[in-house]
Design a protein around this ligand. Sequence first.
Ligand SMILES: NC(=O)C1=CN([C@@H]2O[C@H](COP(=O)(O)OP(=O)(O)OC[C@H]3O[C@@H](n4cnc5c(N)ncnc54)[C@H](O)[C@@H]3O)[C@@H](O)[C@H]2O)C=CC1
Ligand SMILES: O=C(O)C1=N[C@H](C(=O)O)C[C@H](O)C1
Length: 254
Amino acid sequence: MTRGENNPIRVGVLGARGRMGATVVRAVEAAPDLEVVAALDAGDELSALTGARAEVVVDFTHPDAVLDNLRFLVENGIAAVVGTTGFTEERLSTVREWLRDKPGLGVLVAPNFALGAVLAMRFAQQAARFYESVEIIELHHNRKADAPSGTAAHTARLVAEARREAGLKPGADATTSEVDGARGALVDEVRVHSVRLPGLVAHEEILFGQEGETLTIRHDSMDRTSFMPGVLLGVREVLGRPGLTVGLENVLDL
Ligand SMILES: NC(=O)C1=CN([C@@H]2O[C@H](COP(=O)(O)OP(=O)(O)OC[C@H]3O[C@@H](n4cnc5c(N)ncnc54)[C@H](O)[C@@H]3O)[C@@H](O)[C@H]2O)C=CC1
Ligand SMILES: O=C(O)C1=N[C@H](C(=O)O)C[C@H](O)C1
């Protein structure tokens, strides 16, 4: 039977009382082809997901919790759409390893589900080989648990890879005296600066420089609804995408 209003995808949400999770619950409830069958938060039993026969689970929890959640989902054959940050290459390899025993099962991990953020990362990747130097500034609300943001870390890796492919060395500067942290954190040889302020939601600037000019690529999420079209697309697509997909750009086919 084809999926749609008469046969909605059964969706579970982890982190349902959080900022993102609560927004996801509302977005899924408003989509006629999707149905919330479980909305869980810290302290709830994951077995409620199997009890509710969830087909896809959306995880917006905490970097310390997400891997245990994901292991449960994979073991139980439930597809996952993961927005929670903290995914290093090592963690991604672990997930690939688990999925090896589950042919047909899909997991989508995306550091950012906002269309503009995905485009900004792609534009930065394209610009990377043309500039001598690059730095990233990410700006977020002051309730954010991690720094730098998952998006900034992912952007840094993409830009660094493009620069390496072009044979570029890390950008040079004359700063020899600095207060610890003043020049940001190095992520794959790219400097990343994290700002935390009440009033902000999620923002990223990628700054490129060379003699005589700079290029700034900036994306702003003003509201968490900006992530919802990407999350819902992920939920609809993950059932047909076996294995691990990293980044919404692969689903959007950018
Ligand atoms: N990929 C993307 O587009 C986006 C990713 N994020 C990421 O999503 C994560 C959550 O962000 P927020 O919603 O702002 O955080 P939040 O702190 O508002 O919500 C997290 C929720 O998860 C719950 N939780 C913690 N451990 C849990 C567990 N083991 N099982 C079930 N629930 C658990 C907490 O009680 C809380 O209600 C962060 O890693 C953040 O960086 C946030 C926005 C967009
Ligand atoms: O915690 C947030 O808010 C966000 N987290 C993600 C990240 O760390 O990149 C995505 C977005 O920036 C919002």
